[in-house]
Design a protein around this ligand. Structure first.
Ligand code: ZN
Length: 286
């Protein structure tokens, strides 16, 4: 339950692709309920999740402020958790400020509602000019994760080889997940070898994601998570709208049809996998 109690529900958001089973439970492993796009109706929305069979979700930080907000949201509800970290696209210009913020991230990460360090990683698509600094910030946050015994949530874009190299050079004790995993065969193959999890987002439902079925089938049933990355990346058939964790069902539906299993099985595998990955805080919270 989330506080304060919301007004009665006004929107109709009932979405149950491919299933009538009301017992199925979904875990959206990656969302940004901390985004300002949810400022107007955050609590109302969260209070609809259980009715929509979304019984767990994680709000991911990407900067100092968004990490603080993620914890705040996690503390307001009994079925939600947070991650904290500075993404490669949110590195402060001022380096003194950056190191100060990383110290703060480390303190925030000690909160019992925090289940991972993330999202962290490399992004050479949006930021090509500070590669060395991105590598340094990524390494520093892996160090924090190892010190605090947490897994990591990885963001990688146009930086596959460097991301894999960092993970080989600086092993993460509690592993982690490639969030919104790029549909890149080499990345998935190597990530699985390193014992990381792969998280499928709305991208697998897009019509131009030609190799989605092949990539989905590369990932064993004990190694995938599902996510929305809300408010971004709304899956088909609601592509282009504000995404919410309720739409994680469309991602599950796509994974189910690619693997030739039921949506209930996808929900169960991804739920168990997320619980296993985030286990260090799960035993205290879940
Ligand atoms: Zn994200």
């Amino acid at each position: 339950m989330c506080h304060p109690n919301p007004e009665p529900m006004t929107q109709n958001v009932s979405i149950k692709p491919g299933t009538d089973d009301t017992n199925v439970e979904f875990f959206d492993s990656h969302s940004h309920l901390n985004d300002e796009k949810f400022d107007e109706d955050r609590i109302d929305l969260i209070n609809q999740f259980k009715k929509e069979n979304i019984t767990r979700f994680i709000t991911n930080g990407y900067s100092l402020d968004s990490s603080k907000k993620a914890i705040e949201i996690a503390k307001s509800c009994d079925f939600t958790y947070a991650t904290v970290g500075i993404s490669p696209n949110d590195i402060p210009q001022n380096e003194d400020e950056l190191w100060k913020q990383l110290e703060e991230i480390k303190e925030l990460a000690k909160d019992k509602k925090v289940v991972a360090i993330g999202e962290i990683g490399l992004d050479y698509y949006w930021n090509k000019d500070n590669k060395n600094l991105q590598l340094e910030v990524f390494n520093k946050q892996i160090e924090i994760a190892n010190e605090l015994n947490l897994p990591i949530v990885i963001h990688t874009r146009d930086a596959v080889m460097d991301t894999l190299q960092i993970l080989k050079d600086n092993p993460v004790n509690n592993k982690g997940v490639f969030h919104c995993c790029p549909l890149n065969r080499e990345l998935v193959k190597e990530a699985l070898k390193l014992n990381f999890y792969i998280s499928f987002s709305g991208v697998v439902t897009f019509k131009n994601s030609k190799n989605a079925d092949e990539i989905i089938n590369m990932v064993p049933n004990d190694r995938f998570l599902i996510e929305t990355d809300s408010p971004y990346l709304a899956p088909e058939p609601v592509r282009g709208t504000r995404n919410t964790p309720i739409n994680v069902k469309f991602v599950a539906d796509k994974v189910a049809s690619a693997k030739g299993i039921s949506i209930e099985q996808v929900a169960k595998f991804s739920y168990d996998n997320a619980n296993r990955l985030f286990k260090n805080n799960i035993h205290k919270n879940f």
